[in-house]
Design a protein around this ligand. Structure first.
Ligand code: F6P
Length: 531
């Protein structure tokens, strides 16, 4: 099937897809559920291309693999685990079994405990030594940071709980800046770590405990933990009543729906958090029920496969025209690149196609004044993914929102249409002439024919954020299934961790002679300057 797709890709390469885009195409090459819409009309995918892409799904038997995931099969084969983040938002979807045991009673009772605790923190029923909690510090990294940090920012208009801070980096600059802005007597520290062994998180957690211990008589009483490790949280001294556990079938980067989302729940309140879960559940149901060509996650994935594995465009830019989604690109970098950045298939064979793409981006319109130059006129094609809401949260500034929307639509139009030499000439005709006019005009040519997709929705509320994040999660799953890889392990992060542990004593002064020349010289340089 890849051969047929590649042949088709070659045959249509260079075609101006602008010529395909009419009102019908905008309907046929889009997908939606409820009020959220994916438009992929501004790509070079035509009916034949889409049919071939959909054939890929049949070849890999996507339907059975999807059902296996939702039904708790151990699809994370290298770790022998089920993949059931969907159970965390299965609010009224019935039993979900892992090894014959329904996990839903435990999921719902943990959600209930989180809601009670969040409500108590918000109301002041749970107090610090100095009274009502004013600041929550979430200490975690990767999936134990990026989801809630992105979500709290995304839902800033709904944030009516205490201030939330996120400490992730082992760089002392991160924690010291946050702690300087908090009063230990009214701060709740949440240690978020699935394994409770991650060195950055445990180091920061100890620093926070010492900081609190200087001013508070019982620092552990102002700590909560989110983890799968009961032993680890107990050894740290956190009372079981403030430990919110989950199972190993929740992957770190898929975990914001459960305990790892506690800081977000405290920020926006349990009701808004439930709306967020409902949005995700809505996307889950759509993913399970819609025909492939109308299925948003499936089509989003196939567009990704078309651009990366068929056309060879190896990066994609995520460009939210929604400032509150400013951390979405960082969140998606982990979700997509830790999941699908694999060079070996599930059965241990080398991949014969590109692995998942490099994902990057910034909110519009800021990006327009920074890197869009390269997107419009650079030599590489970078598929762009725009996100835009019909309405913002400030009704009195709606005219500014309209300008934002106009900018978003203008960018995808500019990328598609470009500007040819004749038009460029006409732009500078009065100012230059002869060879200089030609030279100047050439600099103003936009080749166009650059693909983009747009995800549009009414407003970024908790329900919609849930839909968007679940949409991307399922996209990653579908792309992973098509590539035949395991999207749920992350062996690629291990080597660096091991070497860092081995290097720590050397940085502190132990003999560096076993190290390569470059590393030993860098250690020497840094030691000379005081490391
Ligand atoms: O190093 C990668 C990783 O394992 C991520 O997959 C994970 O989200 C992150 O570290 C944090 O892990 P933990 O929640 O166990 O501290």
């Amino acid at each position: 099937m890849w051969d047929k797709l590649r042949k088709h890709g070659e045959a249509v390469k260079g075609r101006r897809f602008e010529t395909l885009v009419d009102a019908d195409r905008a309907v046929i090459f889009s997908a939606s559920t409820g009020d959220i819409r994916l438009d992929y009309a501004k790509t070079n995918i035509d009916a034949d291309g889409r049919a071939l892409l959909i054939d890929l799904l049949e070849e890999v038997d996507l339907a059975s693999k999807r059902d296996a995931m939702f039904n708790g099969a151990a699809i994370n084969e290298t770790e022998g685990r089920a993949v059931l983040h969907t159970a965390l938002r299965n609010l009224d979807g019935g039993p979900v079994k892992v090894d014959g045991v329904d996990v839903m009673p435990e999921v719902l009772s943990t959600l209930d405990r989180m809601e009670k605790f969040a409500a108590d923190v918000r109301s002041g029923a749970f107090k610090g030594e100095g009274g009502k909690i004013t600041d929550v510090v979430n200490i975690g990294i990767g999936g134990s940071d990026l989801g809630p940090a992105m979500g709290v920012l995304a839902l800033a208009p709904y944030h009516d709980g205490p201030r939330c801070h996120f400490v992730s980096n082992v760089d002392p600059a991160d924690i010291s800046q946050v702690l300087r802005s908090c009063d230990p007597k009214t701060t709740l520290v949440i240690v978020a770590s699935k394994t409770f062994t991650t060195i950055e998180t445990m180091t920061n957690a100890r620093t926070a405990k010492a900081w609190m211990g200087e001013r508070v008589s019982d620092p552990a009483a102002q700590f909560a933990a989110l983890s799968t490790s009961e032993d680890g949280t107990a050894a740290f001294g956190i009372a079981p009543s403030r430990v919110f556990g989950f199972e190993d079938w929740v992957g770190g980067r898929y975990s914001m729906w459960g305990p790892i989302g506690l800081s977000m729940m405290i920020a926006i309140g349990p009701d808004a958090f439930r709306a967020f879960l409902r949005g995700a559940q809505d996307m889950d149901r759509h993913f399970q029920a819609a025909d492939w060509s109308e299925n948003m996650p499936v089509m989003l994935a196939l567009v990704g496969i078309w651009h990366n594995q068929v056309c060879g465009y190896s990066t994609r830019a995520v460009l939210p025209y929604d400032n509150n989604l400013s951390r979405l690109p960082a969140y998606l970098q982990q979700l997509e690149m830790e999941s699908n950045g694999k060079g070996v298939s599930m059965d241990g064979e080398d991949l014969s196609v590109n692995s998942g793409p490099v994902v990057w981006g910034e909110p519009g319109t800021n990006g327009q004044h920074a890197f869009y130059q390269l997107i419009h006129q650079g030599t590489r094609v970078i598929p762009c993914e725009f996100l835009v809401a019909a309405r913002g949260h400030d009704d009195d500034l709606h005219h500014q929102h309209q300008l934002l929307v106009a900018n978003c639509l203008a960018q995808s139009e500019a990328l598609m249409k470009g500007r040819d030499l004749d038009e460029a000439r006409s732009k500078v005709a009065g100012k230059f002439e002869g060879a200089e006019l030609e030279r100047q005009a050439k600099h103003r040519v936009f080749l166009g024919n650059r693909p983009s997709i747009t995800i549009a929705y009414p407003k970024l509320d908790p329900f919609t954020l849930g839909q968007i994040i679940a949409l991307y999660e399922h996209r990653v799953f579908v792309e992973g299934v098509v590539l035949g890889i395991n999207s749920y392990d992350q062996w690629g992060v291990e080597l660096g961790k091991e070497l860092a542990t081995a290097l720590q004593p050397i940085v502190e002064g132990a003999d560096a002679s076993g190290k390569d020349g470059s590393t030993a010289a860098l250690v020497g340089f840094l030691q000379k300057h005081g490391v």
